[in-house]
Design a protein around this ligand. Sequence first.
Ligand SMILES: NC(=O)c1ccc[n+]([C@@H]2O[C@H](COP(=O)([O-])OP(=O)(O)OC[C@H]3O[C@@H](n4cnc5c(N)ncnc54)[C@H](O)[C@@H]3O)[C@@H](O)[C@H]2O)c1
Ligand SMILES: [Zn+2]
Length: 371
Amino acid sequence: MSTHDIIRVELDARSYEILAGDALLSEAGRHIAPVLKQNHVFIVTDENVAALHLETVQRSLDDAGISYESLVLPAGDQTKGFAYLQKLIGELLSRRVERDSTVIALGGGVIGDLAGFAAAITLRGIDYVQIPTTLLAQVDSSVGGKTAINTEHGKNLVGMFHQPRLVLADIGVLDTLPQREFLAGYAEVVKYGLINDSAFFTWLEGHGAALREGDRAGRRKAVVKSCQAKADIVAADERETGQRALLNLGHTFGHALEAETGYSDMLLHGEGVAIGAAMAFDLSARMGLCSTEDAARVHRHFAAMGLSTGLDHLQGVAWQAEDLMAHMGRDKKVRGGRMTFVLVKGIGQAFLSQDVAPEDLVAILEDSVSS
Ligand SMILES: NC(=O)c1ccc[n+]([C@@H]2O[C@H](COP(=O)([O-])OP(=O)(O)OC[C@H]3O[C@@H](n4cnc5c(N)ncnc54)[C@H](O)[C@@H]3O)[C@@H](O)[C@H]2O)c1
Ligand SMILES: [Zn+2]
């Protein structure tokens, strides 16, 4: 078996490759060299990733004859805001970044979104390469070109579409990822099965536990499948005018839960997605669109993996269905005052709907709040 798989994201002049497999960190320089316009790069990373993996990447750049400067930011979602955006761009400019420079985003979704956005607007746009180091970033945030920061008005409200030149997803880098972060990313993997690939969901039911325990080959298959699924959807609808919105399965609910928990450590994004995806199945079953057996299967698989599908473990939040409804009404995806939901006809059969009756929604929220 070759050391990595290659997935192409077809976007005309903005097309690029995702490499997923082994040794991509230690061979990063060799893979990056062909996409560079000059032999100098700016590595952006966070403190946790720097301590574990920065040296490996630096050595590979040395080997490939690429010079670099490294900018290390604090870890955590708070870094993804105006303050660090300004600081990062200030650093790039004071180190004489040029139009032909390339930024290397080495880290999870926080670093990818922030460094990608900085690359999108510095000097009206320079190139960047994604080296995602969390499962969530490998299967979701590093692919598709959405870059953004959070504001006090909400998450990801300021940003741009800016596609990377290359994505390097090294499966071995996940070995250092805390289990909780792994599982949060796993919820996004399951999402792809739930959207349009029931065979993949069935495979995950059988292999999820092994993936959690570190099975490299299984992890690679899951990352490759997920990236392929995302690449296909992005190629068909880069700017989310239509079916790209299917990727938001579980996210309308999930975002509301994240908002209610103050985007704190209490609930990671992917943990909210697991709960939200289960709620989307419950809502669809309640509306008679999907079988209760499929909804139960989704709950069962998340539970078997150690991902909660209820709110009971989130102590100290006075859950109110009305508050959750209010958060949903403020979602980015609201158009002309109407909320778009991702509903399902079954596992692997997601579709977009603007026809959710408020009574059904309230009933689902009340069920989850009281369970
Ligand atoms: N652009 C998109 O399409 C998109 C999609 C989904 C999510 N996102 C964004 O992604 C962000 C979440 O990303 P995330 O879950 O990767 O979080 P993250 O970047 O905060 O990483 C999670 C934690 O893991 C640490 N870490 C990263 N790699 C590690 C490794 N290999 N070993 C040990 N520790 C490691 C980080 O330092 C951090 O503490 C959110 O801001 C979300 O809005 C963006
Ligand atoms: Zn997500």
